[in-house]
Design a protein around this ligand. Sequence first.
Ligand code: ATP
Length: 303
Amino acid sequence: MNPRTAVATHAVSKRYRDVLAVAALDLDVRRGEIYGFLGRNGAGKTTTIRMLLGLIRPTDGNVEVLGKRVQPGTNDVFAHVGYLVESATAYPNLTVRENLDIQRRLTRAPYAAVDDAIDLMRLGQHADRRAGVLSLGNKQRLSLARTLLHKPELLILDEPANALDPGGIVEVRELLRSLASERGVTVFMSSHILAEVAHLADRIGIVHEGRLLEELDRDELRAKERLYVEVGASEPERAATLLAAAGFAHIEKVDGRLRVFGAEERVPEIARVLVNSGLDITHLAPVHEDLEAHFLRLTGGVG
Ligand code: ATP
């Protein structure tokens, strides 16, 4: 395994009877990066994460984490991994500090790790409250604090923004960013919300029906943002020919309308070309197609 790789899957698949939850997935997460594993509900994210953690056995293929092959039952590598899988629970009758202290003992972390984690997750004012009475957002912070106690090199987080309010989401984003940049922690996180990972991840893998459809780094993400002028005209074919003849080089036809690229500044010219040739214009508007639309198009939604 490449020493710069933190997590790798090699053609890993998981089948549940007639459902292929994960299909020949190849992942290569590099050390120090934040990798956003993005997919709609049911795409196979949780199943993948469970295989990364050795909680379930792949039907095919294999998984390596921090240079070691993962097999159910092996756990030495997980001394360096912090993980959060759905519905992480705390002991409701113990305080935040007591919950963290139990985890500290389990991971043999030093005493100071508890206060560090409390500070990092801004749980100071809740430290002596019972976990059971915390808001959902603060419960999630407690779960994240537990994953950080033993100062892991790698964090594997399943939907870490679940249950957090918008302010909490921003805080967690900042925290993950500083863990990656200041401590070199690798973060592999899943999400079904593009906006949540688009501003945080160094790379995004888009998963759909168990397959990795696309991997994008920051620059590629930006390049996916598309700007075009949408044109509806009485004779679309003729309109396309006329516009091409007038020097509009990139035109796509979608659902009876034209998308004219690189033309945001030339809307009046488009109108003139069409009207002067006797066509009726039914629609003429610049469109900024964002990443969300790209994601929805890729995963079969409306967009
Ligand atoms: P979500 O965000 O809704 O959790 P996900 O992307 O994490 O979605 P998975 O939970 O991995 O998706 O599920 C992928 C597919 O595998 C789904 O069709 C799901 O119904 C199926 N599946 C998952 N676990 C099991 C199981 N234990 N038995 C049978 N089918 C399962």
